[in-house]
Ligand binder design. Structure first.
Ligand code: SF4
Length: 326
């Protein structure tokens, strides 16, 4: 029996950080053996909010593929594709847009949230309103049964199911209804204790070198009340401790105890964290270095992905065109 199929993707909008690695990529790596996976760089989605300045998109696509590969996505097990290489995503999106009521898109909570977040930007476009349809097409073109997502993406999966159901009802049963698989929630704040976000400048990129990690960690925000070495600290208000909780599983109780009793100082505590993070990132760095030493590997992976994904997607489109009698 063939394995169930998974589809997931990320927008190429810049270098990934530790939050992306823990919240999504590590999860994808684990899914590779159990499922037939298609992991996409969804470049058309990047245009829905970033159509005005496309100067960095090519480089961002490349870097995202390198991030996928260095995180451990194995092209021998999974398909890695660039969305715009597989034109069937666009054809299916167009056909599904014919049957998707406008009200479904307008009531989508992520649409309203993004409008608020990106206030002032010219994003009242057809493409932006319709991006959940493109997302549904991304999933349905592979007849994917499972979509690993974060909680914020749940409305899109629900919409993809509704669109699939409507198509199956109007024409004939072509699509399975995709189900979400929630990524494990990892509570990793930014290096200043706020939400980890590129726009706050408080991230640690997954491509960070040892020196960069050491320097970022040395500047992390700690308990502001702990002014002198002999002052006891409160680990619960310290971003360094929040990182220890995620990465230093075995030593975390000692750190809590040492901080509250002032047995360890912040400098040593940060050194410990930097060393743990560097250890965690080492295999990723090794894979990145191997990619760097193999010119052409990114193009090869994408070409191969496009070829194989194109066969699956075209078979779906044949079913769709036949069902719609076009
Ligand atoms: S000892 Fe560690 S956990 Fe405590 S305040 Fe300093 S950096 Fe934070």
């Amino acid at each position: 029996m063939s394995k169930p199929r998974i589809f997931s993707g990320m927008r190429p909008t810049g270098r990934l950080h530790l939050g992306n690695l823990l919240g999504a990529l590590d999860n994808w790596v684990r899914l590779q053996d159990e499922y037939e996976c298609v992991f996409a760089v969804v470049d058309w989605h990047a245009l829905t909010t970033g159509y005005e300045d496309t100067s960095e998109i090519k480089e961002n696509i490349r870097n995202l593929v390198i991030d996928y590969l260095s995180a451990g996505i194995d092209p021998a097990k999974s398909l890695i594709i660039k969305q715009s290489d597989v034109k069937q995503h666009a054809e299916l999106s167009l056909l599904l847009s014919m049957i998707t009521p406008l009200s479904w898109l307008e009531r989508c909570p992520t649409y309203k949230d993004q409008l608020r977040e990106l206030e002032g930007r010219e994003i009242m476009t057809h493409g932006f309103l319709g991006y959940p349809v493109l997302m549904a097409a991304d999933i349905l073109v592979y007849k994917a049964q499972i979509v690993p997502v974060g909680e914020d993406q749940l409305p899109h999966i629900e919409l993809a199911r509704e669109i699939a159901r409507r198509f199956n009802f109007l024409y004939e049963q072509v699509f399975p209804e995709p189900q979400e698989r929630l990524n494990e929630v990892v509570l990793l704040p930014g290096t200043d204790g706020r939400k980890m976000s590129k726009s706050y400048g408080n991230i640690i990129e997954m491509s960070a070198s040892t020196e960069e990690v050491n320097s970022i960690v040395a500047n992390m925000v700690t308990d502001p009340q702990r002014i002198r070495r002999k002052d006891p600290g409160d680990p619960d208000v310290c971003s360094v401790y929040a990182f220890h909780k995620v990465f230093s599983k075995l030593g975390v109780d000692d750190i809590r105890q040492g901080c509250s009793s002032a047995d360890i100082g912040c400098v040593d505590c940060k050194r410990k964290l930097a060393s743990t993070l560097n250890e965690y990132l080492e295999p990723i760095r090794e894979r990145r270095e191997a990619i760097r030493r193999t010119p052409g590997v990114v193009d090869e992976v994408l070409d191969d992905g496009a070829k194989k994904a194109g066969i699956i997607a075209e078979a779906t489109l044949e079913d769709v065109r036949k069902a719609m009698r076009i």
